[in-house]
Design a protein around this ligand. Structure first.
Ligand SMILES: Nc1ncnc2c1ncn2[C@@H]1O[C@H](COP(=O)(O)OP(=O)(O)OP(=O)(O)O)[C@@H](O)[C@H]1O
Length: 554
């Protein structure tokens, strides 16, 4: 985060300078009042006219300088916002899968909303307040000292109290801000759960249950936000109390000074004005320090996310065509320490077809995530064309996820995903994955919206997206899911025709298809096992066309 702020250093210096000028202008108001009242006391028309001109000058300069101060502040904030949100998205897009999986969807949305709000309101705004007020305080104190030491000590003493009080109460606000963040994530996760589970909720007639759960989360969040607001309000109230006390005391002391002839009327008004102007900055500084402290834990979390985004973005791309892919003793532990992959050693060669079989939870999809480079915290090594892949990711790869993903765009965009060079292959691929019937509705591909398609139709689009690519390595996770039998056979045939290295995780492929595979790999509890061992444990009647090959995989 410091690096992001450093990028703006010249603008921040300008902001500090403008704050100084605005501080001088603000305090000069009291001096003009003093001049004005003295001119009336002394019947000096020239000074009277001069102070009127100075009042006009004050209004204009105050307006312009404050305008520029706000403008520079908003420019800095805009740049910081863009940079931070961009880096947060980089974190989501580039970070190791482990990191992103651990976090609830509510927490992820929180990064962009609540975290940024806290950063903005509790940190950035208070940093500006702090800078702006510190100058008013220094200049004002200098003026007060020139009039009365007693009043200066009084203002400083009481002002310090109102400055220290919020700092003492900091822990309470700190904890409340953190708790609000947690409640906010839970609330957003609940919304996500309801929106994505709508069909089940309505199917089971659970609308009331979920509406109640939603309301309960909402009420808890709102109650806590209200409590946080009240705590902040109480602090402001205390500050106002100090403010009135100081002004009244200043009036009494300066008034006594006028009576005994040590202070003139102009000074009385100016002193009251300045002390008023000083108390506010002192309180603002106190509140600023409190709120900056309050945002600490969220700032630290943001810092980690931003740092991750920066680090993972710079993984080097491995662009070469993939001839061989080797996994050597690859192991990966889950959060609970359980081995998800256990010493996996495998070799895949160009143009060959591989099937990976294993019961639920045996580590098949995780193996794909490791090859894809979205999980990097494995031990052992992956070699591509003999080169180690640590700190690099393969780009010549195409991947079909277990669950279909639709990006809310039309059919052709969903398949191409911006790869315009593949457009000429669209017609062919649609035919091969059995979705050409859409054309018979006299609709162009760009007119067909995908959101309302059936599960199987979405699957076909996902398969088309995977197989249209020119990449030399294709990973397909349970392609057969939700496909009708005719389409499944068509796609099995199409896979076998491909002159690419294709690895398919499969539960329900036809025996004939599996027999045509170059190798079948059996996974059990994260380990590669032999066909015999697998069958004894699972009673799977799948015939490997070359059992010695699967032995090689051990
Ligand atoms: N970050 C994690 N921490 C702990 N356990 C994890 C983590 N990620 C995955 N797992 C566990 O690892 C196991 C393997 O998951 P994986 O998705 O690879 O299984 P799979 O073989 O693809 O299963 P399926 O056939 O059901 O798709 C599962 O038991 C899963 O709960």
């Amino acid at each position: 985060m410091r690096k992001i702020l450093l990028k703006q250093k010249y603008k921040i210096i300008l902001f500090v300078l403008l704050s100084l000028i605005v501080g001088v202008i603000d305090i000069s108001f009291a001096l003009i009042i003093q001049l004005f009242i003295s001119s009336i006391e002394n019947n000096d028309f020239f000074i009277f006219q001069l102070s009127v001109v100075l009042f006009v000058f004050f209004i204009l300069s105050n307006y312009f300088m404050t305008y520029w101060l706000i403008k520079i502040q908003s420019i800095i904030q805009k740049k910081i916002h863009i940079e931070m949100k961009r880096r947060l998205m980089d974190f989501c897009l580039y970070t190791d899968f482990e990191n992103i999986q651990k976090v609830s969807i509510g927490e992820k949305i929180n990064y962009f909303e609540y975290y940024m709000d806290v950063y903005e309101q509790y940190y950035l705004n208070n940093v500006w307040e702090f800078i702006a007020n510190i100058f008013i305080l220094i200049i004002g104190m200098g003026y007060l000292l020139s009039v009365s030491t007693l009043i200066t000590i009084l203002v400083l003493g009481l002002g310090m109290l109102s400055l220290i009080l919020p700092i003492i109460l900091g822990k309470i606000v700190n904890d409340m801000v953190d708790k609000n963040s947690k409640l906010n994530s839970e609330f957003l996760s609940k919304i996500k759960e309801i929106l994505t589970g709508m069909e089940v909720i309505r199917g089971y007639r659970l609308e009331k249950k979920f509406s109640d759960e939603f309301t309960q989360k909402l009420v808890t969040l709102e109650e806590h936000t209200q409590a946080l607001g009240i705590t902040n309000g109480k602090l402001n109230q205390l500050s106002a109390l100090f403010q009135y006390t100081i002004i009244i005391l200043c009036l009494i002391i300066a008034g006594a000074g006028v009576i005994v002839g040590k202070v003139n009327l102009g000074q009385l008004v100016a002193v009251t004005q300045v002390s008023n102007m000083l108390i506010i900055p002192m309180q603002q500084i106190g509140i600023a320090v409190l709120e900056i402290k309050g945002s600490k834990s969220i700032r630290e979390k943001l810092d980690n996310l931003l740092e991750y985004g920066r680090k993972f973005k710079h993984l080097e791309n491995y662009n070469k065509k993939i001839e061989t892919l080797e996994l050597k003793n690859v192991s990966l532990n889950g959060d609970d320490g359980r081995k998800i992959l256990d010493n996996v050693t495998l070799e895949f060669n160009d143009r060959k077809k591989y099937a990976i079989i294993g019961e639920n939870g045996s580590g098949k999809s995780t193996l794909f995530q490791v090859i894809l480079g979205i999980r990097k915290n494995y031990s052992g090594n992956i070699f591509v064309n003999g080169e180690c892949l640590k700190e690099r990711i393969i780009t010549d790869i195409s991947f079909l996820p277990q669950e279909s993903v639709i990006f809310g765009k039309n059919l052709s965009e969903n398949i191409l995903l911006g790869r315009e060079n593949l457009r000429e292959k669209l017609d062919e691929i649609l035919r091969r994955v059995n979705i050409s019937e859409y054309f018979f509705n006299n609709k162009g591909m760009s007119e067909i919206a995908c959101g309302s398609m059936s599960g199987g139709e979405k699957r076909k689009i996902n398969i088309a997206r995977t197989l249209i690519s020119n990449s030399s390595l294709v990973l397909m996770d349970e392609f057969e899911n939700t496909l009708d039998n005719e389409t499944k056979i068509m796609i099995q045939d199409y896979i076998l025709e491909q002159g690419k290295l294709i690895i398919c995780i499969t539960h329900n492929s036809d025996e004939e298809f599996l027999n045509k595979m170059d190798e079948i790999i059996y996974l059990k509890d994260g380990k590669v096992v032999s066909k015999n061992e697998y069958e004894t444990r699972m009673s799977v009647g799948v015939k490997n066309n070359d059992s010695s090959k699967s032995g090689e995989a051990l």
